[in-house]
Design a protein around this ligand. Structure first.
Ligand code: M6R
Length: 616
């Protein structure tokens, strides 16, 4: 997964590309590159291992030299991060320049064929192979540039979003996509290409999201000419009106996007409920669910598929749907589901959860479920994303752009959607009577306000605790019921941004193994709200205390029993157990954030990770 930006028009292409790459760095940040056309039918290319800021240091002289160019920010798949493996890649004849996001799975076979024909390769990448494959089609069969790109793309498989330039075709981009996103921004006498709309949102609100199997020739004189890769037939693409603003994708005074996104949660949860949770009318109005209510209601079982944080949201979704709708639910890692020949029937409903809407494993699992006849419902945050488009129906979370690699506000927005789905199904099938339903509606509606309280009351405490534990090497997170997945999520947040080993466990499982780890050095984070299994948790805390574990307890305001045994206490307001993970997750996000900050980690771009995992 990488980020691609391209521009042709009247502005300084260097500025557009560099600024665009900075906005796409969440997609990968181990190396970056830029290529600009000059007016002598040549290109100027700079690329290097490191971040976009490192690229700026070596490419600053290209400022104000061109109106056509493109760039790339990389997350390595084939070949280590290095100058030579960075994109753009150039064909052997020096004429074709290519940037690519994805994996060409059959690149080895093509590379062998091209090597036998005398092509030479300098990098270890699949992208350099594709650049030369395009040259091969131009050399061997005299195809023009766009036709040669089409011929090459017809023979590769895997996943790609590509953008290519050719020095003999100045001012033209050829782009194509299969399973990796690519948006084309339509301005007045200018066009933009990018992996998402963030690089061009301040210049135009009109965009085309390229579909799988489509390619486009883009130039100022010919406009955007979209074709099917398989047979070159013309495609009329839908122009979308962008809904994101520049403000939404900037840091707004916070040190990191992650902190901004943690603090946005009252608003993002509110936005996710807006127009859907209608207290006055006593209903939950969700078009995606309403249109398919009978199908979902009749499901023999619901299978939730997702990865990472979205999978943790899915686990909480299981508890919610089984409790309120009484439909059996199974939660699967998309990466396992797709490879284990699962039993899926047309009577199953699959819910796919993904912030980015681009996760390769989740996409593949959806395709498998569709092939087997299941109805697939998507819960995505990114509007127009691939998953949102390939599912039969779905709901957006409306959390707004999430840039920090560690998912925060998207998680609580996913929980909000899942709660609304579960309550709506429960009301519809009579498992919840009107009084119960209304009580939950009021509680859910109150969550944004309560999260504001948690942010205000827990911020400084989480920061102080973080300072104490900055040198810890292990953490255990425990919770019961709805808060077991919250414990898993707390541990994941800490791992991914602080590089401290952490594990989440159901508190009662502790005695089946992890208890052996407890000593006076082991930080134990316990989620212990009043509702739920409080008495059981009290016993677990006593067991930890007896073994001298260092207890960080998340308790409801005014709690005395657990608080009195804990070394550190974070309070949050009471709510029903089913909504408590939304509250408990916030201080856990803050704790992970500050531990990482104190350890000097680049919180928004932790090592080895990227925001959307568009490769297997
Ligand atoms: O975009 P998705 O929700 O499909 O992404 C799934 C995971 O890659 C993602 O949640 C990942 O675990 C995050 N870095 C967690 O913070």
């Amino acid at each position: 997964m990488c980020g691609i930006v391209g521009y042709t028009g009247f502005r300084d292409a260097y500025e557009i590309v560099i600024n665009g790459l900075k906005r796409l760095e969440y997609r990968g940040y181990d190396s970056a590159g830029i290529v600009l056309e000059n007016n002598k039918n040549e290109v100027e290319l700079k690329k290097a291992k490191g971040k976009v800021s490192d690229l700026e240091a070596i490419a600053g002289n290209l400022k104000n030299t061109s109106h056509v160019g493109m760039g790339h920010t990389r997350w390595a798949t084939h070949g280590v991060p290095s100058d030579i493996n960075s994109h753009p890649h150039v064909s052997n004849n020096g004429k074709i320049v290519l940037v690519h996001n994805g994996i060409i799975e059959n690149y080895e076979t093509i590379k062998i064929m091209l090597s036998q024909k005398g092509f030479v390769f300098h990098s270890q990448t699949d992208t350099e192979v594709l650049a030369n494959f395009i040259q091969y089609f131009m050399d061997e069969s005299g195809k023009d540039f766009a036709e040669a790109v089409r011929a090459a793309l017809s023979e590769v498989y895997g996943a790609y979003a590509i953008a290519a330039l050719h020095v003999d075709y100045p001012g033209q981009f050829v782009v194509g996509r299969l399973s990796s996103p690519l948006a084309i921004g339509l301005g007045d006498k200018e066009y933009f290409i990018a992996s998402d709309a963030s690089p061009f949102v301040e210049f135009t609100k009109e965009a085309i999201y390229l579909e799988d199997g489509h390619m486009a020739l883009i130039s100022l004189d010919r406009g955007v000419d979209i074709r099917l890769i398989k047979d070159n037939s013309k495609v009329d693409a839908e122009i979308q009106q962008l809904q994101i603003s520049l403000e939404q994708i900037e840091k707004g005074g916070y040190d990191h996007f992650m902190l901004k996104e943690i603090f946005e949660q009252p608003k993002s949860i509110h936005d996710t409920m807006r127009g859907r949770l209608l207290l006055d009318e006593g209903i939950i109005k969700m078009a995606g669910i309403w249109d398919h209510l009978e199908r979902i209601q009749a499901a023999k079982r619901i299978i939730i598929i997702a990865c990472g944080t979205s999978w943790h949201a899915g686990l909480i979704g299981e508890y919610l749907i089984e409790e309120f709708a009484r439909i059996p639910v199974e939660v699967e890692y998309a990466s396992e589901f797709r490879y284990r020949n699962p039993i899926i029937t047309p009577k199953d409903v699959v819910i796919a959860i993904s912030q980015s809407g681009e996760t390769a494993d989740t996409m593949a699992a959806i395709k498998l479920a569709k092939e087997k006849g299941a109805f697939v419902y998507g819960i995505c945050n990114v509007i127009g994303s691939s998953i949102a488009r390939i599912t039969h129906a779905g709901s957006y979370t409306h959390a707004g752009p999430e840039i920090g690699v560690a998912s925060t506000k998207a998680f609580t927005a996913q929980l909000t959607i899942l709660a609304m789905i579960a309550l709506k199904l429960g009301k519809h099938n009579g498992n919840l009577n009107n009084t119960e339903f209304m009580q939950y509606l009021y509680e859910l509606d109150a969550i944004p306000k309560k999260i504001e309280e948690v942010l205000a009351s827990s911020h400084d405490t989480a920061k102080q605790i973080a300072e104490e534990f900055v040198n810890a090497t292990n953490f255990l997170y425990l919770g019961r019921g709805y808060n077991f997945p919250a414990a898993l999520e707390g541990a994941l947040k800490l791992k991914e941004i602080s590089y401290i080993h952490a594990e989440g466990y159901p508190a009662a499982e502790m005695k089946h193994g992890p208890i052996a780890l407890i000593d006076e050095n082991m930080p134990m984070v316990i989620i212990a709200p009043k509702q739920g299994y409080y008495d059981k948790i009290v016993s677990n805390v006593q067991e930890i205390k007896a073994r001298k574990g260092r207890i960080i307890a998340l308790v409801n305001k005014g709690d005395e029993q657990v608080a009195s045994m804990a070394d550190y206490v974070i309070e949050f307001p009471e709510t029903s157990e089913c909504f408590s993970p939304m509250m408990a997750s916030v201080p856990l996000q803050l704790l992970a954030y500050y531990i990482a900050v104190f350890r000097g980690v680049n919180v928004d771009q932790p090592r080895n990770l990227a925001k959307s995992v568009t490769v297997e």
